[in-house]
Design a protein around this ligand. Structure first.
Ligand SMILES: NC(=O)c1ccc[n+]([C@@H]2O[C@H](COP(=O)([O-])OP(=O)(O)OC[C@H]3O[C@@H](n4cnc5c(N)ncnc54)[C@H](OP(=O)(O)O)[C@@H]3O)[C@@H](O)[C@H]2O)c1
Length: 273
């Protein structure tokens, strides 16, 4: 029998700032208890304190998703922290890095390794560690934060694109395997989001091209098909929509326009506008 707890326990990776912070707050606002995880426990604590101050339940968790030993240790700690609240039944794989360089750059081997370890293997290992328990309980939700860079290529971020395409393909394969299990796996694919990661990209573009900061921001804004940057809260809203609902194998593309696109690549090329 499927056990569907009214009080969910969520793990949000990369919860210490940016999109992950917005997701953590939104998930807590939904009444779920949330483990706010990233490499910097101090930054997670800041987010946790503010969630608790508004009446939510949250715990900070030190976790480096690129390191299998850190994942094992963090999940052990998570079990102790969440004890009476139950097992993690909502997993949001949001932690990510994005660096830019030409595809032939001399430091490419290490760069590819870093991107794949964080953006792909991190999410994969957490899914492998947590989904079997969800399956046994007959209920679980996994939302992976991919990117429009998992749907198309962008110049100078080949490692980032490769890692996000890997995450897309893997997630859709796992979703197919989990059909009927009660564990639903979905993805969100935002275009450029107004977050600290984008601020870094703006800084890099300014340094490289010597254009004004405002022009660099304008470049990213205009690159979004919808003509504006996606807000962190929009991404958080999309993630919570997928956690709460019964979609499975869906890809929610957020392009900065008024409309959202929900595709189910495993079914047909179904696109809702
Ligand atoms: N910003 C955009 O335009 C955009 C667009 C599409 C998709 N996304 C995706 O959205 C997600 C969040 O991006 P963001 O814009 O919020 O980036 P951000 O502001 O740079 O935040 C990244 C988060 O990931 C954490 N993190 C990085 N490496 C980690 C690791 N090895 N282990 C655990 N946590 C790690 C960081 O915390 P610590 O440094 O403390 O570990 C931080 O909390 C990423 O997956 C990104 O690819 C972003």
């Amino acid at each position: 029998m499927a056990i569907r707890s009214e009080r969910h326990v969520a793990l949000v990776t990369g919860g210490s700032r940016g999109i992950g912070e917005a997701i953590s707050r939104r998930v807590a606002h939904e009444g779920a208890s949330v483990l706010v995880a990233s490499r910097s426990r101090g930054d997670c604590e800041r987010v946790v304190e503010s969630i608790r101050a508004s009446g939510g339940t949250a715990w900070p968790l030190a976790l480096d998703v690129a390191d299998p030993a850190s994942i094992a240790g963090a999940l052990e700690e998570a079990r102790k922290l969440t004890g009476p609240f139950g097992s993690i039944d909502w997993l949001v794989n949001n932690a990510g890095i994005a660096e830019s360089a030409p595809f032939t750059d001399e430091k490419r081997e290490a760069r590819f390794e870093r991107h794949l370890a964080t953006n792909f293997h991190g999410a994969r290992r957490l899914i492998e560690a947590l989904v079997p328990g969800m399956e046994a309980r007959g209920y679980g939700r996994v939302v992976n934060v991919a990117s429009s860079a998992g749907l198309r290529g962008y110049a100078y971020v080949s490692a980032y694109c490769a890692s996000k395409f890997a995450l897309m393909g893997y997630s859709l394969a796992v979703a197919d395997e989990l059909e009927g299990s009660g564990v639903h796996v979905n993805l969100v694919c935002p275009h450029y989001v107004d977050s600290p990661m984008l601020a870094q990209s703006v800084e890099r573009l300014v340094k490289k091209t010597r254009i004004e900061e405002a022009m660099a921001r304008e470049f990213f804004r205009r690159s979004n098909p919808g003509g504006r940057l996606v807000s962190m809260d929009e991404v958080a809203g999309a993630v919570v929509h997928l956690l709460r609902g019964d979609e499975h194998g869906a890809v929610l593309e957020l392009d900065g326009g008024a409309e959202r696109r929900l595709r189910h690549p495993n079914r047909a090329s179904e696109v809702a506008r």
